[in-house]
Design a protein around this ligand. Structure first.
Ligand SMILES: [Cu+2]
Length: 77
């Protein structure tokens, strides 16, 4: 099943899907990144170390998945 990766307070730019460069609707800033079953998506965000340092929450945007544990945090230093 597909998952909708989302994190708060930051946006992403998709680099590639399974090694294929972003194309179609993928280029541009995204609030949420759709990840298909078995797919690897590489994406990047811009973090200013002074303005954006701290902890960020990420989760699947499908509530049942989030409730089942598809969530976590990462820290920008
Ligand atoms: Cu999910």
């Amino acid at each position: 099943m597909a998952h909708r990766f989302h994190s708060h307070a930051i946006q992403w730019q998709i680099l590639d899907r399974n090694g294929t460069p972003a194309s179609g609707v993928d280029p541009g800033w995204k609030d949420t990144v759709l990840v298909q079953p078995g797919e690897t998506v590489r994406f990047m965000g811009h973090f200013d170390p002074v303005v954006n340092s701290g902890k960020y929450m990420y989760h699947c945007h499908i509530l049942e998945h989030e409730d089942a544990g598809m969530m976590g945090t990462f820290e920008v230093k």
